[in-house]
Write a protein that binds this ligand. Structure first.
Ligand SMILES: *[C@@H]1O[C@H](CO)[C@@H](O)[C@H](O)[C@H]1NC(C)=O
Ligand SMILES: *[C@@H]1O[C@H](CO)[C@@H](O)[C@H](O)[C@H]1NC(C)=O
Ligand SMILES: *[C@@H]1O[C@H](CO)[C@@H](O)[C@H](O)[C@H]1NC(C)=O
Ligand SMILES: *[C@@H]1O[C@H](CO)[C@@H](O)[C@H](O)[C@H]1NC(C)=O
Ligand SMILES: *[C@@H]1O[C@H](CO)[C@@H](O)[C@H](O)[C@H]1NC(C)=O
Ligand SMILES: *[C@@H]1O[C@H](CO)[C@@H](O)[C@H](O)[C@H]1NC(C)=O
Ligand SMILES: *[C@@H]1O[C@H](CO)[C@@H](O)[C@H](O)[C@H]1NC(C)=O
Ligand SMILES: *[C@@H]1O[C@H](CO)[C@@H](O)[C@H](O)[C@H]1NC(C)=O
Ligand SMILES: *[C@@H]1O[C@H](CO)[C@@H](O)[C@H](O)[C@H]1NC(C)=O
Ligand SMILES: *[C@@H]1O[C@H](CO)[C@@H](O)[C@H](O)[C@H]1NC(C)=O
Ligand SMILES: *[C@@H]1O[C@H](CO)[C@@H](O)[C@H](O)[C@H]1NC(C)=O
Ligand SMILES: *[C@@H]1O[C@H](CO)[C@@H](O)[C@H](O)[C@H]1NC(C)=O
Length: 570
């Protein structure tokens, strides 16, 4: 708003001549143009001046800085295309006061002039800004603290959103002698830039310049997103897991925390935290389940965590064999170690949410599990480790063997789903099904039994197939008969409940058979007709009797004529 207004004023300025200056006869003084011209003495005693870029100016604009020394007629001028300039020590009179202002040169010799400032270089050092500034953001507030200055000084503060360059600065006054301030009603998901400066007072003998920009990042609100995972076996019983992730607003992030936790974890307090700058991590783990929590952090704290469960390993290349002998609700687990580690870690349970663990230090590998639930599939893993404190397992254990067992096998509590009959012929039909869900098997599924009944209700067993089969062709069926198929799964404990198919009927003719039959009939008929016609013409030719009187023309039919005469009357 303000900028475009100024631009409009600049354009108008072309026409009106307010001839203030001989060098720039068309330069228009714009007292409203707050270009924030600031000049201060560097440590090198050069004088640096900065100002705001001219609003709505073309990409390249020439600024002229004017310096009018006290008691010197001639103006000192310097041109620049950037909104700052440094005047060397040799061009300065340190003890003399000067008026300084900026002019902007536009095309057609038009020009605008900003307000002027006056200073004496020797007294134009930069005032000290608050030291030890500590700024952070809590939800929608900025909380800023600083040290009490040695000389009581009054400050002001300004802030703007960090990412959007165009946002205007907001000025916040600070009470004198305050050492902290809270700015409220901000956007909790935006980062801010803050600057300080003192408020000039007589006798201060220094210049109040905006301090360096202080970035106050917002609290990280979104969790990293896993974008890549890869697992490779690196040695028997060990695997490496590579994870990569992506984040939003990575410019606010200082690094990442990676927490690795073994499941089950029998030492709750130990935290295996890795701190990284990169967005990927390579973890070397055993085949046990692991939970990896990843979060980003910055000065404001930690983002929410992403949880990655290192999945069940399907590794087959494990060094050891585990034998389980179920005994009701107990089971005795034995294994033969290839060497004698300090200890074994035994993990068992029905899934990653329900795993238990035990450290076994007896050299002969054997272990009794108790309180097992019948009809549930258990997974048991045995790991060998030479360091036997729980916080060291992640690094030192090697998986020795994995096996699955049911403490007591049951029969499937449901049959396969989605039994459909396809490709029905005269004597056969194809049955397809979807395998029984693992949780319905209640035992190791050995296979499926397929049987069928005809309309009389008599039942025949067609076949038993193994558990990886999901279709079977029934053959030897009777034609044009209604059948119904039953499929059940079986385990070592017996056969489970069957699923019944929709009834279906075998065909009367096979595909092709009926067509052949029809073609036969067609040709016979053609033959009969042609033959009859020939005989007929030969026998009756002389009698001049037509075997097939000519077909009457419907146009001559009285029925049509009657209809035609009735239509107009309707
Ligand atoms: C700025 O000054 C340079 C050299 O002094 C000149 O070449 C250029 O055309 C000027 N640009 C404008 C916009 O006046
Ligand atoms: C500065 O720029 C103005 C306007 O473009 C020009 O008239 C003047 O000669 C330039 N002065 C120097 C020292 O380049
Ligand atoms: C600058 O401003 C002072 C007063 O603030 C005035 O006396 C002086 O004439 C001005 N100089 C020029 C060159 O405009
Ligand atoms: C802020 O400063 C006031 C004194 O001006 C002090 O009482 C208060 O404890 C300070 N608050 C914080 C958070 O430092
Ligand atoms: C808050 O800041 C974020 C990030 O800069 C922005 O996407 C969002 O629109 C802002 N919300 C409001 C209400 O300004
Ligand atoms: C690992 O990545 C694959 C794709 O590469 C994805 O299908 C799978 O779900 C990922 N695994 C996990 C546990 O996120
Ligand atoms: C990982 O995150 C889950 C859920 O927030 C938490 O229960 C668990 O303690 C975390 N693990 C670590 C090692 O921080
Ligand atoms: C993981 O193992 C691989 C191969 O043995 C090795 O190169 C890598 O440095 C290991 N990484 C860590 C984090 O231990
Ligand atoms: C288990 O090991 C102990 C010795 O540690 C042995 O006495 C016992 O017979 C073993 N049990 C089985 C079932 O192997
Ligand atoms: C075991 O873990 C603890 C705690 O993390 C660690 O201090 C120690 O060095 C580890 N020992 C070995 C042998 O890795
Ligand atoms: C059922 O079987 C049909 C044919 O094999 C298949 O197209 C469909 O996807 C299956 N539906 C389910 C739920 O498995
Ligand atoms: C249907 O059954 C016939 C006879 O067994 C067989 O030749 C044909 O390939 C089957 N078609 C399909 C789609 O299974």
């Amino acid at each position: 708003m303000k900028n475009s207004l100024l631009a409009a004023i600049f354009l108008l300025a072309t026409d009106s001549c307010n001839c203030l200056n001989l060098d720039f006869p068309l330069c228009k003084q714009l007292p409203d143009w707050d270009n924030e011209l600031m000049c201060y003495k560097e440590i090198s005693e050069d004088l640096t001046c900065t100002w705001l870029p001219a609003p709505s100016a073309p990409n390249t604009v020439n600024y002229t800085l004017f310096l009018k020394w006290e008691r010197i007629q001639k103006l000192f001028k310097r041109n620049t295309s950037s909104p700052s300039i440094t005047i060397e020590r040799k061009d300065l009179f340190m003890q003399r006061s000067a008026s300084i202002w900026i002019a902007v040169n536009y095309a057609h010799d038009s020009c605008v002039k900003g307000k002027n400032i006056s200073l004496t270089p020797s007294k134009a050092g930069k005032c000290l800004t608050p030291s030890n500034i500590n700024a952070h953001q809590i939800t929608n507030q900025l909380k800023i603290k600083w040290d009490m200055p040695a000389i009581p000084t009054q400050y002001e503060l300004r802030y703007r959103e960090a990412l959007t360059e165009t946002t205007q600065w907001t000025l916040v006054p600070i009470e004198s002698n305050a050492v902290n301030i809270t700015v409220s009603n901000l956007n909790a998901t935006a980062s801010y830039i803050v600057q300080f400066r003192c408020i000039a007072k007589d006798g201060l003998h220094c210049v109040c310049i905006w301090s360096r920009e202080i970035l106050v990042p917002h609290k990280l609100m979104s969790k990293p997103r896993i974008s890549y995972n890869a697992t490779t076996e690196i040695s028997p019983g060990r695997r490496s897991v590579l994870l990569k992730w992506e984040v939003m607003q990575s410019e606010n992030i200082l690094g990442y925390y990676i927490d690795v936790e073994r499941i089950p974890n029998n030492c709750k307090d130990s935290r295996n935290r890795i701190i990284l700058k990169d967005r990927n991590v390579l973890l070397n783990l055993s085949m046990a389940y692991h939970r990896v929590n990843i979060s980003a952090y910055n000065n404001e704290g930690e983002s929410p965590q992403t949880i990655y469960i290192v999945p069940d390993s399907s590794a087959t290349d494990l060094p050891g064999q585990i034998n389980v002998k179920p005994q009701g609700t107990d089971a005795v687990v034995t294994w033969t170690p290839e060497y004698s580690p300090k200890c074994f870690v035994v993990d068992w349970g029905t899934g990653k949410e329900d795993m238990r663990t035990k450290i076994v230090t007896t050299p002969a590998g054997n272990f009794t599990l108790d309180n097992l639930q019948p009809h549930k599939l258990y997974k048991i893993m045995v790991h060998a480790s030479d360091v036997c404190q729980c916080e060291n397992f992640t690094r030192h254990e090697k998986t020795f063997g994995v096996t699955h067992f049911y403490p007591v096998e049951g029969v499937p509590r449901a049959g396969p789903t989605n039994v459909t009959i396809l490709n029905i012929t005269k004597h056969s039909a194809l049955v397809k099904w979807t395998e029984i869900a693992a949780e319905d098997c209640l035992g190791f599924l050995q296979g499926y039994r397929i049987s069928y009944t005809d309309s009389s209700g008599k039942k025949w067993l067609a076949a038993s197939v193994n558990s990886s089969t999901a279709s079977y062709r029934l053959t030897g069926l009777k034609e044009k008969t209604i059948y119904r198929v039953q499929i059940s799964g079986f385990t070592n404990a017996g056969e489970g409940l069957p699923t019944l198919s929709q009834p279906f009927s075998t065909l009367k003719y096979d595909k092709g058979e009926f067509e052949g039959f029809m073609i036969g009939i067609f040709f016979s008929m053609v033959f009969v007709l042609v033959f009859a016609h020939v005989i007929c013409s030969l026998v009756f030719k002389r009698l001049k009797i037509s075997c097939w009187p000519s077909v009457p023309n419907p146009r001559n039919s009285s029925a049509i004529q009657d209809m035609a005469s009735t239509i107009p009357m309707m």
